[in-house]
Structures are given as structure tokens and as C-alpha cells.
Ligand binder design. Structure first.
Ligand SMILES: Nc1nc2c(ncn2[C@@H]2O[C@H](COP(=O)(O)OP(=O)(O)OP(=O)(O)O)[C@@H](O)[C@H]2O)c(=O)[nH]1
Length: 402
């Protein structure tokens, strides 16, 4: 299995340091699932194909998802890559060289230094006058906090300190407090509802924002909590995405339901839910495509996935998470708008807050959309997903110690 992994290292796959820290035992596979040692051997021979109760291939006229009674199309069953027998040596990057707060702070340092240097420039030995307020407002807008937030924060500072001498440290403390107040309501950890079996989590987001990596990180966390996790390789558009998810499956000891490139993503999600349910899994994580360049196609695909899995569980997906790359700054706003049109987003994961991030955007997103930020990504490793802590984030953003 790991030979395959070595041979077919996917493009975006990371190479964490070899430090074994075993997760719980690999999950048992249901009897009827065939191990798939190779990504290219995902389809079983024709004789073994079975008829699915719903959801056909994209070309099939009968779309079970549309709720019609047409006969479901015969499709190749999804292959299930078995959970690895043991955690891959090297997947565990837990003995961190740096604490996650330090990483977050480092990552935010570009936004932070611009902000802190700016604040020092404006406020050293100077009274808070209109000009200083204007400069501060501009600085906050440039740090991606958004015009509304910038205006409110500046006005708040003026209310209590106008005409007085304020130090840069005072301003930073004030801003950290305001940012914390703003983001606190959205800092909500992801809750897995035990009565759902499985709790279905759909990951959506533009390509490259970190969906697949986030699935791997989430799977690791959930497995450590003793939960059984299945994954569905719903980005059937890109072969690399499927292989990448299989690698994460191996790393975390979670079965991955996958099909060949071009297969119907909704059909795959349906099968994955059936299988995860039959196996009594606690959580099913569904990866999806993120081809925003074909917005209509993507919208249809995501909506179909949702319709199809609702046939098995009317309340699924129980969580639809949008991953946003924090380095894209204001672009994140339009991504939220676009994906909200497609599916009912009920949580965000902000990734790449460790790398030249434009972290202020998180504040503006919180203000504008109020969507819960369930987690933040602070690195490429399997341990680099953290619950979003409002206070620590706020302090890191303005360059204060946690
Ligand atoms: N520094 C850093 N890199 C990250 C983080 N999350 C993901 N990445 C990297 O971002 C790249 C894209 O991540 P993917 O998980 O492949 O993103 P995706 O949305 O699934 O993209 P596709 O597979 O193209 O659909 C990979 O190189 C990841 O290692 C993070 O929190 N920090």
C-alpha cells in the first residue's frame, strides 16, 4: 500500500516529518468492499458491476436525484480504499518545532507588521485627531478588515480617546479587544452529533483552497477522539484529487470511497453514505470539486450531491463547510457569495493562516456573513488544523502576545 503511495505521490501532498504517533486502530472494512491497492484499478470488472438504487452517471438520462421514478442507471460501484493497517510512518508532525500560536502569528506577520508599524507611525507622540483617525481607518481597510469594520473601530476609539494622547500599545490593545468581540460569535468548534450515523460533512470550496487537506486533518482529529470516519472522493474531476484523498485515508486509517475520474460525484456520495452507514461510521467526509471556472456545472454538481444524499438521510449533509484560503484576502468574500448560492453553507474553515496570510479578512467575513468559523489551517501537516480561538487570533493579528 505504501509502495503505491511512494510511487504516486500526488502533486499537492505534503511530506510531514517521520515521527510516529499512532492513531486508533485502522477501521474494519465491511465484508463486501474490495481493497483497491492502486488508484488506476478503481473500477472492478464489468461482471461485478451492480445496480445502484439511485444516482446515475452524469450522462445517464435518469437522475435519481431529481426525484423521478425512472429506473436508476447501472454504474460501476465505487471502490473503497481500505483503511491502512497502521498509521503511515511520517504522518505525525505532532512534535511541533513551533507552537501553533507562533505559527499563526508568523503567518499573520505580514498583515500584522503592516498594521503595527502603521499604528506606531500614526500614534507615536501624537494626539488622537481627525487626521490620525483617518489614517487608522485607511490602515485597517488595507489590512482587509473591510470598510464597515474599519469605520466602526475608528469611531469607537474616537469616542473615548479623542483629543488625548494615545500610545501605539493602547491602540493595539483596543483593536485586539474590538476584533475579539467581532469574531467571538463566529468562533464555534465543529460539533459532531452522535445521533447521526454518520454525521455527513460536505467540504466545498475553490480548487486549491485546502478542501482535501482539511478533510485529512479533520479525519485525524476525529479518529483521535475515537470516532470512525469514512471519506468520499467526490472531486471526481481530477485524478490527483482522488489519489490525494486516498493518501489521506491511508495516513489516518480511514476508508475512502472512490471512483475513476469523470464518474458521477453524486452517485459516489450516495454510495459512500450507504457504505459508511452500513459500517456504522460516525462521520462521513465528502470531498467535492471546486471548478469555479465552470460555475453552472459546479452548482449543478453540488446541488445534485445534496439532493442525492438527502434520499438516504433527509437531514444530510449535516454540515456544509466552505474552505477559504486566507491568503486570497478580499476574494474570499466573493467565494462565500458564490458558494452560498450553490449550497447551504453553515460553516467556514480558513486555511493557510500560517503563510503570508491576509488574516484581517476573517474579521470582515465574520462581520458580513456571521458564518461560524469552525477551524483554521495553520500549516500543511496533519496536526495543523485548530479550533478558531477568537482571543488568540485577535491578539496575533495586531501583533500582541497571546
Ligand atoms: N500553508 C498551508 N498550506 C495549506 C493549508 N491547507 C492546505 N494547504 C496546502 O494547499 C494546497 C492545496 O490544498 P488542497 O487540500 O489540495 O486543496 P483543494 O481545495 O482540495 O484543491 P484541489 O485538490 O485542487 O481541489 C496543498 O499544497 C496543501 O498542502 C494550510 O492551512 N496552510
Amino acid at each position: 500500500m505504501f509502495d503505491w503511495f511512494k510511487k504516486k505521490k500526488p502533486e499537492a501532498q505534503t511530506t510531514p516529518e517521520p515521527q510516529a504517533q499512532p492513531l486508533p486502530q485502522a477501521q474494519p472494512m465491511p465484508e463486501e468492499t474490495a481493497p483497491v491497492p492502486d488508484a488506476d484499478a478503481a473500477l472492478p470488472p464489468e461482471a461485478e458491476q451492480e445496480t445502484l438504487p439511485a444516482a446515475g452517471e452524469p450522462a445517464a438520462a435518469s437522475d435519481a436525484a431529481d426525484g423521478d421514478d425512472a429506473a436508476p442507471a447501472a454504474v460501476a460501484p465505487a471502490a473503497v480504499a481500505p483503511a491502512a493497517a497502521a498509521v503511515e510512518p511520517g504522518m505525525d508532525d505532532r512534535p511541533e518545532r513551533k507552537g501553533w500560536f507562533a505559527r499563526l502569528k508568523d503567518g499573520l506577520s505580514k498583515s500584522t507588521s503592516r498594521l503595527t508599524e502603521g499604528i506606531s507611525g500614526i500614534f507615536t507622540k501624537r494626539k488622537l485627531d481627525d487626521e490620525a483617525l483617518e489614517e487608522l481607518e485607511e490602515l485597517l481597510i488595507r489590512a482587509d478588515l473591510g470598510p464597515t469594520t474599519a469605520a466602526r473601530m475608528t469611531a469607537g476609539l474616537a469616542r473615548t480617546r479623542f483629543g488625548k494622547e494615545v500610545s501605539p500599545q493602547e491602540v493595539r490593545e483596543y483593536l485586539a479587544g474590538e476584533v475579539q468581540k467581532l469574531v467571538e460569535p463566529v468562533a464555534r468548534p465543529l460539533v459532531i452529533e452522535p445521533e447521526r450515523r454518520p454525521h455527513v460533512i460536505l467540504l466545498v470550496g475553490v480548487n486549491g483552497t485546502g478542501k482535501t487537506t482539511t478533510i485529512g486533518k479533520l479525519a485525524r482529529q476525529l479518529r483521535e477522539e475515537g470516532k470512525t470516519v469514512w471519506m468520499a472522493a467526490g472531486d471526481t474531476f481530477r485524478a490527483a484529487a482522488v489519489s490525494q484523498l486516498k493518501v489521506w485515508g491511508e495516513r489516518t486509517g480511514c476508508p475512502v470511497v472512490a471512483k475513476d475520474t469523470g464518474a458521477d460525484a453524486a452517485g459516489l456520495a450516495f454510495e459512500a453514505l450507504e457504505k459508511a452507514r452500513a459500517a456504522g461510521a460516525d462521520v462521513l467526509l465528502i470531498d467535492t470539486a471546486g471548478r469555479l471556472q465552470n460555475k453552472t456545472g459546479l452548482m449543478e454538481e453540488l446541488r445534485k450531491i445534496v439532493r442525492v444524499i438527502k434520499k438516504l438521510d433527509p437531514e444530510a449533509p449535516h454540515t456544509t463547510l466552505l474552505t477559504l484560503d486566507a491568503t486570497t484576502g478580499q476574494n474570499a468574500h466573493s467565494q462565500v457569495e458564490v458558494f452560498k448560492e450553490m449550497v447551504a453553507i453553515n460553516g467556514l474553515v480558513l486555511t493557510k493562516l500560517d503563510g503570508s496570510a491576509r488574516g484581517g479578512v476573517l474579521v470582515a467575513l465574520a462581520e458580513k456573513f456571521g458564518l461560524p468559523v469552525h477551524a483554521i489551517g495553520v500549516g500543511e501537516g496533519v496536526y495543523d488544523l485548530r479550533p478558531f480561538d477568537a482571543r488568540q487570533f485577535a491578539r496575533a493579528l495586531v501583533g500582541l502576545e497571546g
